[in-house]
Design a protein around this ligand. Structure first.
Ligand SMILES: Nc1ncnc2c1ncn2[C@@H]1O[C@H](COP(=O)(O)OP(=O)(O)OP(=O)(O)O)[C@@H](O)[C@H]1O
Ligand SMILES: [Mg+2]
Length: 301
């Protein structure tokens, strides 16, 4: 934990607060083993181009966790998920300090230990980002041919499922449906495709009513007690591309709602993306924190 100029608290890591083995430390989240469940802590860390930036962003972990909880709630009528509970006060034996529990209060999920399916189930409703780059050079995304003449950021007639194989070392690898079938079988491939597109379509229409475009997203699924469930995080800005409707345009670079101040700053800073970036200025951090809170506010309030 560290403090920035405006005295907001940044939870950089929860390692010293938690009496349980840390089994996985991602760029943003930490996974602790509680025996028959996982404790997921969403920190305030922020990354860009695979680098963790300094400092973290106040309230980011809270916003990400709140969004996951909100969307897990909405989607639970359609599909079960990994949440057991989100009440830090039930974890007194694991987080003995009341002060630490207060810090982590809105940043945790206690989750069912699922047998993870090692596929990132990506759904794209718009052609942008890496999908656009693939299409622009080959006319295809993940080996699937798309109509000619699409423009950058254009909405697709139907959302497409473009999976990636999760890779524990290095980057996830884009794969075709045929390759996914080879990895996990035909029945599971089509079940995950159908569920992913259904979940995306539902969230897209909810966002649309609130002036937000959910351009694309990714899900992870697993098996628990023989049943297919959603695991990991859902519709957070780290797993999804949120655009503000009033910024939508074709053929331009649309900044996502959360990272816009960071991206603009980094683009102007001369950073080579291959070395430790400089500390983010306090004003950029504060503006980014506000953007995260604005997404939550616009969606949930
Ligand atoms: N309920 C669950 N059961 C089993 N595994 C889970 C569950 N929820 C999440 N996971 C796994 O926990 C890990 C969380 O890692 P996290 O996303 O924080 O980091 P990462 O994917 O390794 O890296 P990155 O920071 O690039 O996302 C993922 O591997 C995810 O598949
Ligand atoms: Mg991840």
């Amino acid at each position: 934990m560290e403090f920035v100029a405006n005295a907001s608290v940044i939870v950089d890591t929860a390692e010293e607060m938690i009496n349980a083995p840390l089994v996985h430390k991602g760029k943003v989240r930490e996974l602790y083993d509680l025996g028959d469940s996982f404790l997921i802590v969403v920190t305030d860390r922020i990354s860009a181009f695979d680098y963790i930036l300094k400092p973290g962003v106040p309230d980011k972990g809270y916003v990400l966790n709140a969004l996951s909880k909100y969307w897990f709630g909405i989607t639970s009528g359609y599909m079960k998920n990994h949440i057991i509970h989100t009440d830090v006060e039930k974890l007194q034996a694991i987080i003995p300090s009341a002060e630490d529990r207060e810090l982590l209060k809105e940043r945790i999920i206690v989750a069912k230990k699922a047998e993870r399916i090692s596929i990132e189930c990506v759904v794209r409703g718009y052609i942008t980002g890496n999908g656009w780059r693939q299409y622009a050079s080959t006319g295809e995304i993940n080996g699937r041919k798309l109509p000619e003449g699409l423009r950058k950021n254009e909405r697709l007639n139907d959302p497409i499922f473009t999976p990636a194989a999760k890779n524990d070392v290095g980057h996830d690898e884009d794969i075709s449906i045929e390759q996914m079938i080879e990895l996990v079988g035909e029945d599971l491939t089509y079940a995950l495709q159908e569920r992913s597109i259904m979940l995306y379509t539902l969230a897209h229409s909810i966002c649309e009513q609130k002036g937000i475009i959910l351009a694309d997203t990714k899900f992870e699924f697993g098996f628990y007690a023989g049943e297919l469930i959603i695991i990991d995080e859902i519709f957070t800005p780290d797993s999804s591309r949120y655009w503000s409707q009033d910024k939508y345009a074709l053929d331009v670079e649309i900044d996502s709602m959360d990272k816009e101040p960071v991206r603009t700053y980094l683009a102007g800073s001369g950073w080579d993306k291959n070395s430790e970036p400089d500390e983010l200025p306090a004003a950029v951090v504060e503006e980014t924190s506000n953007r995260y809170k604005e997404i939550l506010h616009r969606l949930v309030d």
